[in-house]
Design a protein around this ligand. Structure first.
Ligand code: SF4
Length: 237
């Protein structure tokens, strides 16, 4: 089966537990104003699922302590059938599967793939459809919630990640709103706040794309600490 891939990273450590082989799948149905991977929006290159499997399997000795493969992107679940195909082969070799997704599509294809995952890293971007529409060009909030419900029903582990952007979602009230969306779920193991940074800006220039947040600075570390402490208090209460 043919899939479209943007790039790989053989020794990724930020994409789940242990050492991971990260596959950046090509294509995305959102256009987040703060995207730091706009290079994944284009079609990427074709790769057969057997070829991808053969490539990944060489790294198996490094997949200790919960390590394995993470499909990211772009929006990997747009190619859910392909991911299911590759993952079945990897699982047969005892390899752990994670996916990093914005939870933006949920049909039988995505459900089938999710049930093969050991971990879903869920980018919960906003807490209202209005903000999804404004900053990601598509309101997928109800699909994101439906997906979280499905993952809970199947008892699939979830880590939530949210990028905190100066002047967009950086108040205690914003953090409370995120927490209110996720607090009832038993399968959510982590909620990570990630600071907005400007490191991806040069990609916009290189690709000749308009950068909607060109005038934003990196999120301040001090403010992140305040928000993280506030979140810790909410979790304890
Ligand atoms: S979902 Fe991810 S890859 Fe797609 S536009 Fe948003 S940040 Fe970029």
């Amino acid at each position: 089966m043919i899939g479209y891939i943007s790039s790989y990273e053989s020794f990724a450590t930020m994409e789940g537990p242990g050492i991971r082989f990260a596959v950046f799948m090509a294509g995305c149905n959102l256009r987040c104003a703060y995207c730091h991977n706009p290079d994944t929006w284009t079609d990427g290159h074709k790769i057969d699922s057997n070829e991808l499997y053969n490539h990944i399997i060489r790294y198996k000795p490094y997949f200790k302590n919960g390590g394995g493969v993470t499909f990211t992107g772009g929006e990997p679940i747009l190619q859910a059938k392909y991911l299911t195909d590759v993952s079945r082969k990897l699982i047969a070799d005892g390899i752990n599967i994670a996916v990093d997704t914005s939870l933006s599509v949920l049909s039988d294809e995505q459900k089938e793939f999710y049930t093969l995952c050991n971990l879903v890293i869920a980018d919960l971007k906003f807490t209202t459809g209005k903000n999804y529409e404004k900053y990601c060009k598509k309101d997928i909030f109800s699909t994101a919630k439906d997906t979280l419900n499905f993952l809970q029903e199947k008892n699939i582990a979830v880590w939530i990640r949210t990028v905190i952007i100066p002047g967009v979602n950086d108040t205690k009230e914003d953090i409370k709103n995120y927490y209110d969306v996720i607090k009832g779920y038993k399968n959510i193991e982590r909620f990570e706040l990630k600071p907005f940074h400007t490191m991806g800006f040069e990609k916009y220039e290189k690709l000749n794309l308009a950068n909607p947040f060109y005038n934003k600075a990196d999120m301040s570390q001090d403010k992140m600490e305040i928000l993280q402490n506030y979140l810790n208090e909410l979790v304890k209460s």
